[in-house]
Structures are given as C-alpha cells and as structure tokens.
Ligand binder design. Structure first.
Ligand SMILES: Nc1ncnc2c1ncn2[C@@H]1O[C@H](COP(=O)(O)OP(=O)(O)OP(=O)(O)O)[C@@H](O)[C@H]1O
Ligand SMILES: [Mg+2]
Length: 235
C-alpha cells in the first residue's frame, strides 16, 4: 500500500485458515490499521491481491464487495459509536442492515451481546453516559452481533483496566471456540496476544518479519525477541 510517495507495505503476504486466531504485531505507524482496512475492502491496495473467502477484493464491484463484507466484521481502533443513538440502537444497527426486522429477535440478540460483554441492562443508555472502556465493549458487542465469520480487531483492549481486558480477550476466545470465528487482532499487549492467539505475525518496515507460534518465535526469532523486549522503534 502506498500513499503518494509514502510506501506503507512493501512485502506483506500471509494466509489465514478458517478458525485461525492470529495476532498482528508491529510498531506504531507500520501499517496495521491500513492492513485491516484492506482486508475489509475499505481501501484499495496500490498493488497486489487481497483474497477474502475465495474472492480477490481489488477485482470486485461495489455490490460484490458488499456481499463479502457481510461476513467480515471490524472493531475499529477507538470503537466509534453513534452518539445520538442508544446502546440498543447502536448494537441493533448492524442487524437491521442485514435485513433483520423481527424486533423480538433483535432485542434478544442485543440482550445476549450485552450479557456477553459484562454490561447487562444498559440498552437505554447513550454512549455519552458510558466510560471509555464501556464504550469500547459496546463497540465489540455491535461488531459481534451479526456473528461474522471473520473478525478484525484493532487494538480491542488498549486503555482498558485488567479486568475489562481479560473480559474482551475471553470474548474473542469464546467466539472462536463456539462459532469457529476466524480472527485477526492488532494489539501492542503481549499478554493479550498470548491469551487470544496461537499464531503471531510481526510486521516491520512494511514487511512480514516473523510468522509462527508465539513460543517458537520468542525462542528463535531475533526480530520477535527484540520486539518482546521493547526494542522496536515507532515508524
Ligand atoms: N489516508 C492516508 N493518507 C496518507 N497516509 C496515511 C493514510 N492513512 C495512514 N497513513 C500512513 O500510513 C502509515 C500506517 O498507518 P496505520 O494507521 O496503518 O499504522 P498502525 O500500524 O495502525 O499504527 P498504530 O499502532 O499507531 O495504530 C502511517 O505512516 C500513516 O501516517
Ligand atoms: Mg493502528
């Protein structure tokens, strides 16, 4: 991916299988968020292919892209909610977009999602009445409500206290075990990265520099060892 003369990605190549739980690690500004946006089809790569569920996104029409996107959810860094809509309507939004009209069914899913993120009964609140961490968890509930097959999480636990962090990590693990959800998570938190995934992909200077099981990487891969010791600089 390139913006003007700024080359963000030079050599990024990896494949995820169904049900994989992968963490994407790398210094700030290395292009992790851009990579997720390429995978969900929000950005077009300057060059190269982005295959998602058997389709090469850069070659799809807007309509075809929309069909693929139905199966891919993303929790954005900062998890923006609609401020003028209640928690209920924020979570229901994606469900209505998929064509769901049965209010009873929508209500039941919203309730279930709020229980899962440990915030039952806050349907009527507005985002402005919640703490930052609570908003983030509602963002997670909204992203998961449609039960996407592939989930992209952009720093889902940044800025949260240890309890909220663990809760979100647990939700990611549970969605994988229960529904076989495939996930790609960006995090700077190695403890979370260990909890939620069995494969790490490290990117640095626009390239994949390590890809494998965390224990193996931390023993054998100089880049991974350096990263774990905080020796990588922001780009
Ligand atoms: N629309 C854009 N136009 C030009 N440059 C951009 C644009 N979006 C991002 N960039 C640049 O691309 C690079 C990668 O940005 P990205 O947001 O993917 O980083 P990141 O790895 O997610 O960082 P962080 O860990 O801080 O979130 C940065 O240098 C950024 O300045
Ligand atoms: Mg980012």
């Amino acid at each position: 991916m390139q913006f003007g003369s700024t080359v963000v990605h030079r050599d990024i190549s990896f494949a995820l299988d169904k049900g994989d739980t992968v963490t994407l690690l790398g210094p700030s500004g290395t292009g992790k968020t851009i990579l997720l946006k390429l995978i969900i089809g929000l950005l077009q790569p300057t060059r190269g292919d982005v295959w998602v569920m058997g389709r090469n996104l850069p070659q799809l029409t807007e309509d075809e892209l929309r069909l693929v996107r139905r199966h891919v959810g993303m929790l954005f860094q900062g998890a923006a909610l609609f401020d003028s809509l209640s928690v209920f309507e924020n979570i229901a939004y994606g469900l209505r977009e998929t064509g769901m009209e049965d209010e009873e069914q929508i209500g039941a899913i919203v309730k279930e999602q709020l229980e899962m993120i440990g915030l039952p009964g806050i349907e009527r609140k507005l985002p402005g009445q919640l703490s930052g961490g609570q908003r983030k968890r509602v963002g997670l509930a909204r992203a998961l409500a449609t039960n996407p097959q592939i989930m992209l999480f952009d720093e889902p636990t940044t800025g949260l206290d240890p309890t909220a962090k663990r809760l979100i990590d647990d939700v990611i693990v549970r969605m994988n075990k229960k529904y076989g959800m495939t996930s790609l998570t960006v995090t700077h938190d190695l403890e979370s990265a260990r909890r939620i995934s069995d494969r790490w992909i490290l990117i640095h200077d626009g390239s994949v520099v390590a890809d494998g099981r965390p224990e193996a990487l931390l023993q054998e891969n100089p880049e991974a060892i350096d990263f774990a010791h905080g020796n990588w600089k922001d780009e």
